[in-house]
Write a protein that binds this ligand. Structure first.
Ligand code: A3P
Length: 326
């Protein structure tokens, strides 16, 4: 019996099974064969129990920060490149493998911080993300925050301007969102980053083709902004975290910031940095009207999705976005 050397053997294998060239990491602890050869120094407890999947500019940092106050919840450790976001399931980090990912989760010394989670706002609209995350974390709960896709697009545009993006600084928001497919690539890229994540129903359907609806929790971004205490209580109920942590003494509205912030002592609060909750001019009416029309079919599909998921209320921003669209 003879065999080709390993390298040739590998090449032959991937010629025969090209679809397997892109790895999908499963959970070693879910497979007895893997568990048998899994090093004794490794644990199965260093994986998140829930994911905050985004999308970007909906209040994900506020949610991440508020969750981190909770005594029973632990977030991932920060990364040097993307700060609080690991961004594992999308992009090139996925190829760094499971050990790299698990290294971001602290090993609990005692039972106090039982709920590990991570937040990567880019997960929401990543094509490959639901498939990859389901393979590794089939029982994870998914948390998404939605607010008017038009306002989200505008917030993203403002974000890129402040970050010195030359395209955002040379083109008005209106010219970005109306850029045609023959426009220069950097302009089309910015247009797409503004518009695509807001096609909420389409992205949620992809997640729901990998996860059962019972594992998905949708937060109204306006409610998170104006009533984070109630939002976090509802989230704790969904996550079945007991005893519930009373956020009302830990979050306070800061009139200077215009947002809820973490209470540090009787007179002081710690707000998110100036990159969150920015001051910028309101969106032009013609841009909002255009985006209402642009998102009409997506928002209509979202209402249907909310109903299918058994939601009793439709967010006010969704009703507003669907009003007077002619
Ligand atoms: P703006 O800066 O455009 O107002 P993300 O963290 O996902 O990037 O979202 C940023 C957005 O979170 C901010 O967008 C802001 O409106 C919203 N947000 C909600 N609650 C907040 C809070 N308590 N502090 C700061 N920003 C908050």
């Amino acid at each position: 019996l003879s065999s080709a050397p390993p390298l040739q053997l590998g090449e032959k294998y991937f010629q025969l099974y090209p679809e397997e060239a892109d790895p999908i990491w499963g959970n070693p602890c879910d497979d007895p064969r893997h568990q048998k050869i899994w090093s004794r120094n490794k644990t199965c407890d260093q994986l998140p129990r829930f994911l905050v999947i985004g999308p970007q500019k909906t209040g994900t940092t506020a949610l991440y920060t508020f969750l981190s106050i909770h005594p029973a919840i632990s977030s991932n450790l920060p990364t040097p490149d993307t700060f609080e976001e690991i961004q594992f399931f999308n992009g090139k980090n996925y190829y760094r493998g499971l050990d790299w990912y698990m290294g971001f989760f602290p090993v609990a010394k005692n039972d106090s911080a039982r709920y590990l989670f991570e937040k990567s706002a880019t997960y929401f609209d990543g094509e490959l993300v639901p498939r990859r995350s389901q393979a590794l974390l089939p029982r994870a709960k998914l948390i998404t925050i939605l607010l008017s896709p038009a306002r989200r697009a505008y917030s993203w545009y403002q974000h890129t301007r402040v970050h010195g993006d030359p395209v955002a600084n040379n083109y008005t928001f209106h010219s970005v969102i109306t850029a045609s497919d023959t426009a220069p690539k950097p302009l089309r890229d910015l247009r797409n980053r503004c518009l695509n994540p807001g096609k909420y129903a389409q992205h949620l359907e992809r997640w729901l083709s990998y996860y059962p609806p019972q594992q998905l929790h949708i937060i109204d971004g306006e409610q998170l902004r104006h009533n984070p205490v109630e939002t976090l209580h509802e989230l704790q109920r969904f996550l079945k975290i007991t005893p519930a942590f009373n956020y009302s003494t830990h979050l306070r509205y800061d009139p200077k910031k215009g947002f809820f912030c973490q209470v540090t002592n009787e007179d002081h609060t710690k707000c998110l940095g100036k990159s969150k909750g920015r001051q910028y001019p309101p969106m032009e009416d013609r841009s909002y009207k255009l985006l209402q029309r642009y998102y009409l079919s997506h928002n209509t599909a979202l209402v249907k999705l909310f109903k299918r998921l058994g939601s009793r209320t439709i967010p006010q921003w969704l009703k507003d976005d669907l009003t007077d669209t002619v």
